[in-house]
Design a protein around this ligand. Structure first.
Ligand code: ST9
Ligand code: ZN
Ligand code: ZN
Length: 349
């Protein structure tokens, strides 16, 4: 009998048997379909990247230091709108958020201009469900460039729309904040992503228009590329400690640039974990730190995470052997580490 591979992505569920290597299906190649370029996007992205590079040059030659610090802060805020908002909260529902947090995340998300959350989350759910097939909007089997930005420069493969229709989005449309963001996107986006970020440095610390404008475009383009690297680099390069049968991999460089979103082998294996990684170390996962702080003040709640035992079983079943240590009690944990570990709040009764 054929192995019980969860159709159609090949992603194994906890109860599935591990298929013998010879039975793992080859990723489907793009079949009979004609690539239709979208020249408007090609020209806009070429313009954007050219001005962004000039903005980078201005950062080192004529802009005030505070303008660069400000651009970095905007990158982090916009980044959170994507990672903590569109990705972990809305696309994956890995935690819940009260309305003030949802509102803040929606504003941050608009600052990052990656289209309305409902559209972003729709494409992302489709990406997880039909990963590395024609129905995946940024199918990484079509190469680094297509997964990175090429998919935004042409019409989507018909399978994306066809299979995407079956993905439930009712939870997103039930959120009035997201409905308003989508409805007024063409007004909100230019104001929040371009006009306000450019005028603040001009009025508050007398930055020139040219510096403020170009450096803001650099900030926007940098955030875009950090995000796109998750689709390209983290689908092509890195270890696969959790599931060697899928392409997404653990990529620390991407994790740092994308605020904790480079642990992609784990994330595709357990997409509902709010940490999008096993350990969620704050140093390489700023988004987890942010959600934990929000949970402390009660704005984030029902944070879902994978129990250690479940991860352990999965690593043994489908990992590629690069997962070194489970955590406390792993059979490979050195005895001196156990002996010297600092254990606080020890139970006294
Ligand atoms: C951008 C998005 O950059 C980047 C997303 C990256 C995701 C990364 C995820 C990685 C994990 C998270 C890591 C985060 C890290 C963050 C780090 C931060 C520091 N299902 O799309 P259209 C139907 S955006 C079902 O126009 P075309 C639907 O009816 C950059 N149906 O397709 C739709 O109508 P409507 C700025 C679907 O015509 C209709 O088709 N934005 C689906 O083929 C038409 O949809 C841009 O540059 C689906 N999945 O055009 C705009 N999809 O929407 C770029 C479509 O009315 N986009 N339908 O319901 C475009 O111009 C166009 O989408 C296109 C395709 C030309 C690419
Ligand atoms: Zn995801
Ligand atoms: Zn992915």
């Amino acid at each position: 009998m054929a192995p019980n591979i969860s159709a159609p992505t090949g992603v194994l569920l906890e109860t599935d048997e591990v298929p013998p290597a010879s039975l793992i299906p080859e990723p489907k190649k793009s079949g009979e379909y004609k690539l239709r370029l979208v020249w408007r996007n090609i020209l806009l992205f070429a313009y954007l990247h050219t001005v962004a590079l000039y903005g980078l040059y201005l950062m080192f030659t004529s802009a005030k230091i505070i303008t660069s610090i400000y651009a970095f802060i905007l990158y982090q805020l916009g980044g959170l709108g994507i990672t903590a908002g569109a990705h972990r909260l809305w696309a994956h529902r890995s935690y819940k958020a009260k309305w003030p947090l949802r509102l803040i995340l929606t504003i941050c998300n608009t600052l990052a201009f990656q289209d309305a959350v409902v559209d972003w989350a729709r494409d992302h759910r489709v990406h997880h469900k039909f990963s590395e097939t024609d129905a995946d909007p940024h199918n990484a089997t079509r190469g680094f460039f297509f997964a990175h930005v090429g998919w935004l420069l042409c019409r989507k493969h018909p399978d994306v729309k066809q299979k995407g229709k079956g993905v439930d989005l009712s939870d997103l449309y039930n959120d009035p904040i997201l409905r308003y963001q989508k409805k007024f996107y063409l007004i909100l986006m230019p104001v929040i992503c371009f006009i306000i970020p450019t005028t603040i440095p001009m009025y508050l610390w007398n930055e020139t228009f040219l510096n403020a404008f170009c450096i803001n475009l650099f900030r926007y383009t940098f955030t875009l590329n950090a995000t796109w690297l998750v689709n390209s680099a983290a689908h092509l390069f890195g270890d696969k400690p959790y599931d060697k049968y899928i392409n997404p991999a653990e990529n620390i460089s991407v994790a740092v640039l994308a605020m904790g979103e480079g642990w992609h082998n784990y994330h595709h294996t357990f997409p509902w974990d709010y940490k999008t990684s096993e350990l969620g170390k704050y140093s390489t996962n700023f988004t987890t730190a942010f959600i934990d702080v929000m949970a402390k003040i009660g704005w984030a709640y029902e944070l879902k995470t994978v129990p250690q035992e479940m991860i352990k079983k999965r690593v043994l079943r489908t990992g590629d052997g690069t997962h070194e240590l489970w955590g406390w009690g792993d059979k490979d944990q050195p005895s001196e580490e156990k002996r010297d570990a600092l254990i606080t709040h020890v139970k006294t009764l």
